[in-house]
Design a protein around this ligand. Structure first.
Ligand SMILES: *Cc1c(COP(=O)(O)O)cnc(C)c1O
Length: 400
């Protein structure tokens, strides 16, 4: 089949909830993808950070293949020999006490919301049905009905109501607004330590420390959604580590599945996750042996610290190169995670991503910003290749 036949099939037979670039990929290795015509592209998106270790990292593929020949699914009605070690190793890597496995990031966030509410009723003494969770504007926590109930993205909410009550939205990075929103009924503050959707937004210095203090002072849980910022993307195992701050619960996902299958978890304090009793929460595929085996191989890679270090060092290089480009107004983010705001008068929007694809670089634009998040296995010269393509596209005047 030709490229256009594949695109026509997707158009005809799939729901149109995405608008993919006109490339049809059939092979990946490291930081590179190949399309059905044999054309190679540098991956500057990394599956929204699910591919932190690149495509088909040999250690991850080996772990998956080994487990495929042994056992893939049991359900949590029985124990399996990958589950306990996975939970222990994930807790030890992250300095947490307990693990609640899930599949997608949204499922982990949903689970954290449920746990925080139950904790509020059982431990904080919030009257039944009155628990509130405070979140930040421009957040991204996933796509379920409850999660979009506290989204501020109109496209994510429009015509999907009625919504789940019990959420308050305050501006991100504004500690006074957060302080004013927290009450005796607040179960948790739920935040991304670095926001990933409306650009890559790093909060003001000290903000996360103040959030921690506010939560301590008011007996409120701090839930950090690290589904994208976690697992080495920003140059630390958890983005909160940069400020030396600990959350009560974290959600992790994306890279935890090694780019092979969805694996996520809520991790954190044993006395908080301990509110769940048998039968109160569950998931058919969560904690399955294949997911746990791949997750364990991911944790082993992260335990070396090599990927965190690559993200710090190469991230500094990426940020400095992007910052020097003509046509770039601002670069934000941390580690190998950058958002480039394009200067006025330069090309913006989808034509930028299309022109980059023509130059062999796959990337995702959002209005006047370009999100850059390559696999952490990328090299300096590959970063140069990608940044040179961006320079070329942005320097090309008003029309691409
Ligand atoms: C991607 C993401 C999610 C949702 O993960 P899915 O696996 O797509 O459900 C939740 N929170 C954050 C911060 C994310 O980046």
């Amino acid at each position: 089949m030709e490229m256009n036949d594949h695109i026509a099939l997707a158009e005809r037979w799939s729901a149109h909830n995405y608008h993919p670039l006109p490339v049809v990929l059939s092979y990946g290795e490291g930081a590179w993808l190949t399309d059905v015509n044999g054309r190679r592209y540098l991956d500057f998106l990394a599956g929204y950070s699910a591919l932190n270790f690149g495509h088909r990292h040999p250690a991850l593929i080996a772990a998956a293949k080994e487990q495929l020949d042994l056992l893939t699914l049991t359900g949590r009605a029985f124990h399996n020999d990958q589950f306990g070690p996975f939970c222990q190793e994930l807790a030890e890597l992250t300095g947490t006490e307990m693990v609640l496995p899930a599949n997608s990031g949204a499922e982990a966030v949903e689970s954290a919301v449920k746990v925080a509410r139950k904790w509020a009723y059982q431990v904080k003494g919030v009257p039944d049905g009155a628990a509130e969770i405070v979140v930040a504007g421009a957040n991204f926590h996933g796509r379920t009905t409850t999660i979009i109930s506290f989204s501020t993205d109109e496209a994510a909410r429009n015509e999907f109501g009625p919504f789940t009550p019990g959420f308050k939205v305050v501006p991100y990075g504004d500690i006074d607004a957060l302080r004013a929103a927290v009450t005796d009924n607040t179960a948790a503050v739920l935040l991304e330590p670095i926001q990933g959707e409306a650009g890559v937004i790093v909060p003001p210095k000290g903000y996360l420390t103040e959030v921690r203090q506010l939560c301590d002072d008011t007996h409120t849980l701090f839930v950090a959604d690290e589904v994208q910022s976690g697992l080495a993307r920003t140059g630390a195992t958890l983005a909160l580590d940069h400020e030396g701050v600990r959350a009560d619960l974290y959600t992790v996902g994306k890279a935890l599945g090694g780019g092979i299958l969805p694996v996520s978890a809520v991790i954190g304090r044993a006395d908080v996750l301990g509110v769940l009793k048998p039968g109160e929460h569950g998931s058919t595929f969560a904690g399955n042996p294949l997911a746990c085996a791949v997750g364990r191989a991911v944790i082993k890679l992260l335990a070396t610290g090599e990927f965190q270090e690559r993200s710090r060092e190469l991230g500094a290089y990426l940020h400095s190169r992007l910052g020097e480009l003509e046509g770039v107004a601002e670069v934000t983010g941390r580690g190998l995670w950058a958002s480039v705001r394009i200067a006025e008068g330069r090309p913006t929007g989808r034509p930028v991503s299309e022109a980059l694809a023509e130059r062999g670089v796959l990337c995702k634009e959002f209005q006047d910003t370009l999100r850059v998040a390559p696999p952490l296995v990328i090299t300096r010269s590959e970063i140069d290749f990608g940044v040179d393509a961006i320079a070329d596209v942005l320097g090309g005047g008003r029309h691409v």
